[in-house]
Ligand binder design. Sequence first.
Ligand code: FES
Length: 159
Amino acid sequence: MTPLNYTKKVLKEFQHPTNMGEIKNPDGHGMVGNPSCGDVMEVFLRIRNNKIIDIKAKTFGCIAAIATTSVLTKMVKGRTVEQAMRIKKEDIIKKLGAMPPIKIHCSLLGLNALHKAIEDYKKKKKEEKNNEQEKKNRREKNRREATPGAKRKTKRNVK
Ligand code: FES
């Protein structure tokens, strides 16, 4: 037992955290800081067909932050973006048995970074979609201009 009465599950996750590290060129990336302690958390996502197929986290934080993030990454893998967004801090704490009240704010670090990473993914998706539409519009415009007879009527060519 530690002075803070962490559960065995918390200590196990802290000693053997999973999905730690980073993903190169992630589909979503989120970084948050905990203003009360100055610790930082980063989450990286690989998403295919709206499903989170890989997640990695970098935690510069305490035992609680590392343990909750490790559990969170396991809960998120294989879920859709919407399902991942529905995970609450209570769900994570339940998986770990309990969390000392003074450490509850640490349990939010991973979740907040995950939300930011999903926001980033959605933003990138939207930009991609807009770029595709722009390209499509440009191609259509070029095609219309290149088609004989499709020339716009101006004062000069109207007889
Ligand atoms: S004390 Fe900073 S994340 Fe827990």
